[in-house]
Structures are given as C-alpha cells and as structure tokens.
Ligand binder design. Structure first.
Ligand code: GTP
Ligand code: NA
Ligand code: MG
Length: 277
C-alpha cells in the first residue's frame, strides 16, 4: 500500500486469560456501558465482534476470548489482533491459561495490556499478580516496566475508563493505519445461515472499504455484497472501512471462520479464485 494513502484505523483487541478470571464479564461491562447502539435481542448472542466508542475514537473487540480461538485464527494466517488484553483475577493470580495466553500473544507478536480484575474482592492481591508476571518477562508500569496495566473490577465497573485509555495509548504507540481507498479485504469471524437472509458472515474489514455491490471471493465460495448490517443488527450500512466488524449478506455458499474475503473486479475472477482453493 502507498504510504500516502494510509490513514489511522481503530485497534482490534482480543481478550484472553485463565478460565473464570472475568473475560466475558469485562466484555459485558464494556458493552453495557459503551456500545452506543445497545443490545439487540436474539441477534446479539451471535455477535462475535463489536465496536465501541471511547472519547470519540473506536475500539474493535473480537469476542473470541478463549485462547484456542485466538491460536486457531493465528494459524490460519489471519493476523487481525493488534492488542491482547490479558485478564488476570487478582484473587487467583497467574494460572496455566494465563501463561498460555502470554505465549500465544508473544508468538503472534501482539503486545499485551494487563487487566488485573476482581479488585473488589477482599482476597485480591494486585501486587502479587504483578510479581508473578515478572516470571514471564512482563514488567508492568508499577514495577518500572512499560507494560500498560489497569486494576479493574468488571463486576463493579471500576477503572474501565482507565483500561480503555490504556488500550488507546497502546494503539497510539503502534500507529495503526490502513488504506481506506482500495478494494476491501476482510476476515470472516463467523458465518451461518439465517432465516430470511441466507448466509450471514460476521466479518472484520482489514483493508480498504467494503461497499454494497462489491464482488468478492471468500474461501471456497464467492458472492456480491447485497446487504451490510451493523453487528448489533440495527443499522443497514452503505460501506464499512478498516477494523470495522460487519454482518455481510450476499454469499453463494457458506464461508468458514478464518477465511479471507477479497473484493475483485468481476464475478468470473471471484469464481476462479473460489474454485482454486
Ligand atoms: P470463561 O469464559 O469460562 O473462561 O470465564 P471468563 O474469564 O469469561 O469469566 P466470567 O466473566 O465468566 O467470570 C467468572 C466469574 O467471575 C463469574 O462468576 C463472574 O461474576 C465473576 N467475576 C468476573 N469479574 C469479576 C469482578 O470484577 N469481581 C468479582 N467479585 N467477580 C467477578
Ligand atoms: Na466463566
Ligand atoms: Mg467467558
């Protein structure tokens, strides 16, 4: 991509950590308090990616909190995560899946922001967590390092603003940019058939701008963008830019999670690409 055409894009954030340390609670807390569009009944249960606004800037969260999903996406060569939030419960400390998450993020070359959760609990010991993390070469700010860290309670909504600020700060450091003005490339997060719509693929646009009428190949299938729906199911969109999750309608078949969706110039090219996979 031409450097001149690169413009800032929102960070794509994946939440990881040990079982029951509060990954989903954190997502819920952020979603409840930040998502402008609010909840949308049955459809929201299937959302795998969503975007929130923080101080006029967008942050995209991928709702695949398990590290298995993250590894799977990485193995498919889809380097879509910019930042990992490592959730560690302050009453439990660093556990097996915490360590796995650290390794996973490191192998993918994705920087961490640490969220020490459950600080509302009597038994919480944030300092112990920070000390344990040093064994994995993670030196938090409090210990003189440069790993951004927030002490939060997902349950009580404590310090979520601080965490979101740190995500934005980490994103600034990474200077995330994309070319908005080219044929789109997207990553399929989840695809399924819905009554009345046919195949709906929740996807994340990586590069370019995806528009109604765009012809594309996606994995072993292809199609033409008929409808673009916001991930809360409420808004029909004309186009979506980089780092934005969207529900796409218009597939001939059903793509797989992890497939790349690539916009091409004509249907023949799309078919040929799909058949060559
Ligand atoms: P898995 O997806 O099963 O790995 O768990 P998770 O990491 O998503 O944790 P989840 O959000 O399901 O929370 C696990 C438990 O911890 C639930 O009972 C939550 O209510 C509780 N919990 C989460 N955050 C907090 C917190 O900040 N404080 C307290 N006291 N409890 C919390
Ligand atoms: Na849980
Ligand atoms: Mg969970």
């Amino acid at each position: 991509d031409d450097d001149d055409l690169m413009k800032p894009r929102p960070p794509v954030v994946t939440i990881m950590g040990h079982v029951d340390h509060g990954k989903t609670s954190l997502l819920d807390a952020i979603r409840n308090t930040r998502v402008t569009a609010g909840e949308a009944g049955g459809i929201t249960q299937h959302i795998a990616a969503y975007q929130v606004d923080h101080k006029g800037q967008s942050i995209t969260f991928i709702d695949t909190p398990g590290h298995a999903a993250f590894t799977d996406m990485r193995e498919r060569g889809a380097n879509i995560t910019d930042i990992v939030i490592l959730v560690v419960a302050a009453d439990d400390g660093v556990k097996q899946q915490t360590a796995d998450s650290i390794v996973c993020a490191r192998q993918a070359g994705v920087p961490l922001v640490v969220a020490i959760n459950k600080i509302d609990l009597e038994a919480s010991d944030p300092n112990k967590v920070m000390t344990e993390l040093t064994q994995y070469d993670i030196l938090t700010e409090d210990l003189g390092g440069d790993v951004l860290t927030s002490q939060i309670s997902a349950k009580e909504g404590t310090n979520l603003d601080d965490l979101l600020n740190k995500i934005m700060l980490q994103a600034e450091i990474q200077d995330l940019k994309a070319n908005y003005d080219r044929n789109a490339e997207a990553f399929v997060v989840e695809a399924k058939v819905e009554v009345g719509l046919g195949t709906v693929a929740t996807s994340l646009v990586k590069k370019g701008t995806l528009k109604i009428g765009d012809i594309f190949a996606a994995g072993e299938t292809y199609g033409k963008v008929r409808t673009l729906i916001s991930t809360d199911g409420k808004t029909r969109l004309k186009e979506v830019g980089p780092s934005t999750p969207v529900r796409i309608v218009g597939f001939e078949g059903i793509p797989a999670a992890g497939d790349s969706l690539i916009v091409v110039d004509d249907e023949q090219t799309a078919r040929t690409l799909a058949e060559s996979r």
